[in-house]
Design a protein around this ligand. Structure first.
Ligand code: FMN
Length: 359
């Protein structure tokens, strides 16, 4: 088989057989979310347009209102939210696609104005991140979060369990734990944001415990073969730092083995360490490689057996028919970053497909 065909071959990912090796990356779009935190029909249209991916991973979805970190982002906590997501899963399935829900608790990357009753964001430790939150009043400085008490942590893990159950009830094909980009799971994992002295802090075994217990709860609900995890070693986004990232991620990935997860999704940008080379051999399930891919890089990664499937973010956002464009070596639409997080159809469902226009 020629290298250019590899993206178009089916691949097993946990319980599912994907029709090709294109994965649409999870992307927050802060769009069309009504006041109940439920996505509307425009969101369904957006995902349905992109259903020719082998797998869509949804935008980050908060498991509980305390996990919300950005304006106009959706949840999977209430009946109204579940009902809304049910229409989206159905719209993707009608097009023959598959969709996992990314469960995203932002932890300290939030702001009291985004949280119930103006609550202080929670985190492993009371360490304020650099930067500003995106709120309905524009960008405002982050605040110092409140450190979760040891006895509260089981409750937070329970929220991920319930979110998993509810995503499946909404018809999703599986769930992804967002343990990348400096949100709550990575805040626990990383030495710079976790100064705890209980069983969830200190040694790498303790710092990884939150992620491992959360995944165990999610796998208990869904079966490990419908659960994936996303990590982004050394991306250092959202003020994340770790004293020994190679050791941290090697340990974490080795501990995933007994969970029988569907996939490990790794985004790498810029780090000196080749994390794909380091981590892929240590993980028995499907390996999803992402971060700055174009057609040639993706085909090369598959040909060199560095990945089982390739994850495309901005290029899928701007090209609803990305697989067909690659097949034809057609020109690509350019992503418009000015409309990544704005409201409405512009820059969302109006990117044209080949030979047609956006909805
Ligand atoms: C608009 C936008 C929103 C994003 N939101 C999320 C998110 O909610 N969850 C997540 O894990 N990554 C998110 N990302 C990161 C992407 O999943 C992906 O890792 C990144 O864009 C790199 O892939 P690319 O170079 O193909 O775009 C976002 C990226 C973009 C462009």
């Amino acid at each position: 088989m020629s290298q250019s065909q590899l993206l178009f071959t089916p691949v097993a990912v946990g319980r599912h057989l994907l029709r090709n090796r294109f994965v649409m990356a999870p992307m927050t779009r802060s769009r069309a979310i009504d006041e109940t935190g439920a996505p509307d029909d425009l969101v369904a249209a957006y995902y349905a347009q992109r259903a020719s991916a082998g797998l869509i991973i949804s935008e980050g979805v908060f498991p509980s209102a305390m996990g919300k970190g950005y304006v106009r982002t959706p949840g999977i906590e209430t009946e109204a939210q579940i009902a809304a997501w049910r229409r989206i899963a159905a719209a993707v399935h009608e097009q023959g696609g598959k969709i996992f829900m990314q469960i995203m608790h932002c932890g300290r990357i939030s702001h009291p104005t985004l949280l119930p009753d103006g609550a202080t964001p929670v985190a492993p430790s009371a360490i304020k991140p650099e930067g500003q939150a995106w709120t309905s009043a524009g960008q405002v400085d982050y605040v110092t979060p409140r450190a979760l008490r040891t006895e509260e942590i089981a409750g937070v893990i329970g929220e991920y369990r319930r979110a998993t159950r509810q995503a499946l009830a909404a018809g999703f094909d599986g769930v992804e734990l967002h343990a990348a980009s400096g949100y709550l799971p990575e805040q626990f994992l990383s030495s710079g944001s976790n100064r705890r002295d209980d069983q969830y802090g200190g040694s790498v075994e303790n710092r990884a415990r939150f992620i491992l217990e959360t995944l165990a709860a999610m796998a208990d609900e869904a079966g490990g073969d419908r659960v994936g995890i996303k990590i982004s070693p050394e991306m250092n986004y959202n003020s994340i730092t770790d004293a020994a990232p190679r050791e941290t991620y090697t340990y974490l990935v080795e501990q995933l083995r007994p969970l029988g997860l569907a996939y490990l999704h790794v985004t790498q940008f810029g780090a000196e360490t080749d994390y794909h080379a380091l981590l892929r051999p240590r993980f028995p399930g499907a390996y999803l490689l992402g971060g700055g891919l174009d057609q040639v890089k993706a085909e090369t990664a598959l040909a060199e057996n560095r990945a089982d499937a390739c994850v495309f973010g901005a290029s899928f956002l701007a090209n609803p028919d990305l697989p067909e464009r690659f097949r034809q070596h057609a020109p690509l639409n350019t992503p418009d970053s000015a409309t990544f997080f704005t409201s409405g159809a512009k820059g969302y469902t109006d990117y044209p497909s080949l030979g047609g226009s956006g909805a």
